[in-house]
Write a protein that binds this ligand. Structure first.
Ligand SMILES: *[C@@H]1O[C@H](CO)[C@@H](O)[C@H](O)[C@H]1NC(C)=O
Ligand SMILES: *[C@@H]1O[C@H](CO)[C@@H](O)[C@H](O)[C@H]1NC(C)=O
Length: 512
């Protein structure tokens, strides 16, 4: 191992530089709450964020020190307007213009402000006056942005609690509280006109607290579980996050807003709580946030929003020591005050490959790619493999560093758009990428090796004894089958993956 040890710095360097060019993951964000008296300085926070894979930050207000500190970082900034400011913004277009002129115009575009949330959980407030002023306030802010030539650049939304839904289980039955539907339709029509996302706060953590069975915990933490079949749609859900997002999607569809994007403004899991609180622990927080990040990166989306990760802001960047309530309320922080991670959630730039398996645990990532001369492809067994199992295989494979772009919309293997077809592609690519050892084509005994080439039309399955056993070669085949400008990015991402496996192999070797 001596020669490997001597090459360690070079490999680490390659590994790190590969990731600075990694594909953009603008769907991973974090909430920067400031109900605290001990937070690190904004400049230190901006530096911290730049060292991570976090591409977006959500503020609850519009603290100019923070907005300025984030200038020229490229990090997307979501700012907020407090509920208390809504009446004046609704009543007076000039108040909105003034707000935009002092909170957005001086900082944009150096500070990459992307979205303004007018109010937080206003519909949950039960304050009819405030509720009726929300849309007029949003309109005035929108007009003020347009007047400042920022229309379409900075969008306007509002954040809602999950309690907006009167029904959410099973996901296909998701419906908004009928008493709020008229107000919502007005808000949504406005948001459709301005292409702004519907922002919601789903918390599997609270779902677990209200149903604290071990089964529910695994379902909430994206860990192996039996899944839950939605009798309305026949879809088997493997995790609570997807179930909650899809309940919102169903509710939007039910009132005719199928075309509105969903944005998860808050979700998270506390790492600490009071002795009478069920759920908080470092282990659970790490599992939830770590597996959520993997799930988002896999680009699988949710069953009702396939192939597209939901833009998600994890709660929260730091603990907020001045928040009232149980200890858990003050213990959601991903980072400690000394800027070190509370636990490894897989957010650092150099850990963009998942470290711990989630979903189906059976195929272990083999650290050393073995370029054997296999002339086989790995495909699902015929018959008896459920869609839920296939979905779990798909999640697992795409969550483990392979390039699943070919099965995303526009990719050469997107059609047929079925879980069986997408899973087959991903399982084979996983097998070809991590090493063509039969053990990597197991997937809880749902996969098998075949010598029949499953490729069709322009969809090329890597493998089959051509020169495409090595991950890089697999990438070439993949690249050729994909149209247009993503070619270079695709090659880059394959290069990243090769380096990941080299790196894992190295760590593995050194630990022997
Ligand atoms: C601003 O942030 C968004 C979201 O992260 C990103 O897509 C965009 O590229 C950023 N813009 C700049 C100029 O960096
Ligand atoms: C590739 O490009 C051609 C021509 O632009 C188009 O007809 C075809 O649908 C594209 N294929 C995919 C998979 O995007």
């Amino acid at each position: 191992m001596a020669s490997l040890t001597s090459q360690l710095p070079i490999l680490i360097f390659l590994f790190v530089t590969a990731f600075t060019s990694a594909e953009s993951q603008s769907f991973i964000g974090v909430n920067y709450g400031q109900v605290a008296d001990n937070l690190p300085a904004p400049a230190a926070t901006a530096k911290l964020l730049q060292s991570t894979a976090i591409k977006q930050v959500r503020l609850y207000g519009s603290d100019p020190d923070v907005i300025k500190a984030l200038a020229n970082t490229g990090i997307g900034i979501v700012i907020g307007i407090a509920n208390g400011a809504i009446p004046s913004l609704a009543a007076d277009p000039n108040a909105a213009a003034q707000w935009v002129n002092s909170n957005v115009v001086p900082f944009y575009p150096a500070s990459n402000i992307t979205l303004i949330n007018v109010g937080n959980e206003v519909l949950f407030s039960n304050d009819q006056g405030l509720i009726s002023q929300l849309l007029p306030a949003m309109r005035n802010v929108q007009s003020a942005l347009a007047a400042a030539s920022l229309g379409g650049k900075v969008r306007v939304s509002s954040v809602h609690a999950m309690t907006l839904l009167s029904q959410s289980d099973p996901p296909s039955s998701g419906r908004f509280n009928p008493a709020l539907v008229d107000v919502l339709k007005g808000l949504l029509a406005f948001q459709r006109d301005n292409a702004s996302p519907f922002a919601i706060n789903p918390y599997p953590f609270f779902a677990y607290q209200s149903d604290p069975r071990p089964d529910t915990l695994a379902f909430c933490l994206f860990q192996p579980n039996a899944g839950r079949v939605d009798p309305g749609s026949g879809i088997k859900y493997m995790n609570m996050f997807d179930a909650q997002v899809d309940a919102v999607k169903s509710a939007l569809n039910a009132i005719g807003f199928n075309d509105i994007d969903i944005l998860v403004a808050e979700t998270g899991w506390p790492y600490r709580g009071d002795s009478n609180e069920v759920g908080p622990s470092v282990e659970n927080a790490k599992a939830y946030n770590g597996n959520l990040i993997q799930h988002l990166r896999s680009m699988v989306g949710t069953p009702l929003i396939p192939g597209k990760p939901v833009e998600t802001y994890i709660f929260a960047l730091y603990d907020e020591d001045l928040k009232p309530g149980p200890t858990s309320e003050r213990s959601f922080g991903l980072f400690k005050l000394d800027l070190s991670p509370t636990y490894d959630a897989g957010l650092s730039k150099s850990s963009q490959t998942p470290s711990t398996p989630s979903g189906t645990p059976s195929p272990k990532p083999t650290p050393s790619p073995k370029p054997t001369t296999s002339s086989k492809w790995c495909v699902p067994k015929t018959g008896g493999v459920s869609d839920a199992q296939l979905q779990a295989n798909l999640d697992y494979a795409c969550g483990h560093g392979i390039d699943c772009s070919a099965i995303q919309p526009g990719g050469a293997c997107f059609d047929p758009n079925t879980v069986a077809s997408h899973a087959a592609y991903a399982m084979n690519l996983y097998y070809q990428t991590v090493g063509t050892d039969p053990m990597n084509c197991d997937f809880s005994q749902t996969a098998t090796l075949t010598s029949t080439n499953p490729s069709y039309n322009s969809c090329v399955y890597p493998g089959g004894g051509s020169t495409s056993k090595l991950p890089f070669e697999a990438g070439k085949v993949d690249t050729m089958s994909i149209n247009g400008s993503s070619k270079v990015g695709n090659l880059l991402s394959i290069r990243n993956k090769v380096l990941v496996y080299l790196f894992l192999f190295l760590i593995y070797s050194l630990s022997l």
